[in-house]
Design a protein around this ligand. Structure first.
Ligand SMILES: O=C(O)CCC(=O)C(=O)O
Length: 292
């Protein structure tokens, strides 16, 4: 049923209680990965109040600092992570014991997903954080492991009605600004500035993920993910090769991201060359690599 009704046509679905993991709360994660270092992104609360068209950075362009999970947990406990919207976004778990968990490893076969494009990544932080509306170029599985997240979804065909950042922006901002993100706030729709949103809203879906739930998110589907409540909220995701392949090949959204990478290359090469000339070369080169 999953293959016929979801994988072949590319329709999202939630598998309730799809994994049987212990709760990935702060104490559990400290016991497993306390001294592992992760890149913590400092989003700041002001960001979500700004017109997105004024944003200069998105995703991996956000200011970031490497901290151990112990250090990050203390920012969550002190309330600082919530106050300054400090989030662990797409932190690779490949080298940690968490990635070997049998229930996570069982996910691929469960969903008929056979070719992983990444290992598991951690997405965790304090309630209130919002991962802005965007789409990905692979099929994804998002696994809720502690607290709740709300996911707002729109189908790939709504691309133009969701006003993605312009492709040409990559020439000036490289990958600091990403054209697979939307310029609109689905919770504060501005129908005057973005009239196509009215049509997009006819195709809006929303789902709440509870611990143990797994969302299958096919390539090109727009999603905005909000961590709910006051406490610590944690998920892991993994990206998979799209099957059947024609789903990705027939989508303009996917081709758009390939063009975006090409357009970003002159800027990225310049940044790379500049980083090589700086006295703190290693750090500067790492910053550029992180943007990928
Ligand atoms: O959980 C999050 O904060 C974002 C996850 C996401 O964007 C994804 O799984 O593609």
């Amino acid at each position: 049923m999953f293959i016929q009704e979801h994988q072949i046509p590319g329709i999202p679905v939630v598998l309730r209680h799809g994994v049987s993991e212990p709760e990935w709360n702060l104490e559990y994660l400290e016991s497993k990965i306390g001294s592992e270092k992760f890149l913590c992104r400092f989003y700041g609360q002001e960001r979500q109040t700004l017109d997105k068209r004024k944003w200069q950075t998105i995703g991996s362009g956000i200011a970031a600092k490497c901290l151990s999970f112990f250090e990050y947990a203390s920012l969550v406990r002190s309330g600082e992570a919530h106050r300054d919207d400090i989030y662990l976004a797409k932190c690779p778990l490949a080298t940690t014991s968490l990635a070997n968990s049998p229930s996570l490893q069982a996910l691929g076969p469960q969903f008929n997903l056979h070719k992983a494009m990444t290992d598991f990544n951690l997405w965790a932080g304090a309630g209130g954080h919002v991962e802005s509306l965007h789409y990905d170029t692979f099929d994804g599985t998002l696994i809720q492991l502690s607290g709740q997240k709300r996911v707002v979804l729109f189908p790939p065909a709504q691309l133009s009605n969701l006003y993605p950042f312009p492709l040409m922006g990559h020439l000036h901002h490289g990958l600091k600004l990403r054209s697979w993100f939307s310029q609109v706030y689905p919770d504060k729709p501005d129908f005057e500035t973005f009239p196509g949103l009215e049509e997009a809203f006819k195709h809006r879906y929303e789902v709440i993920l509870n611990p143990g739930d797994v969302l299958y998110l096919p390539v090109g589907w727009w999603h905005e993910v909000s961590a709910l409540g006051e406490g610590f909220v944690c998920s892991a995701n993994r990206f998979w090769a799209v099957f059947p392949r024609r789903r990705v090949l027939s989508q303009w959204s996917s081709w758009r991201t390939y063009f975006a990478f090409l357009l970003s290359m002159p800027f990225m090469s310049l940044k790379f060359a500049q980083a090589l000339m700086k006295p703190n070369r290693k750090e500067e080169v790492e910053k550029v690599i992180r943007m990928f």
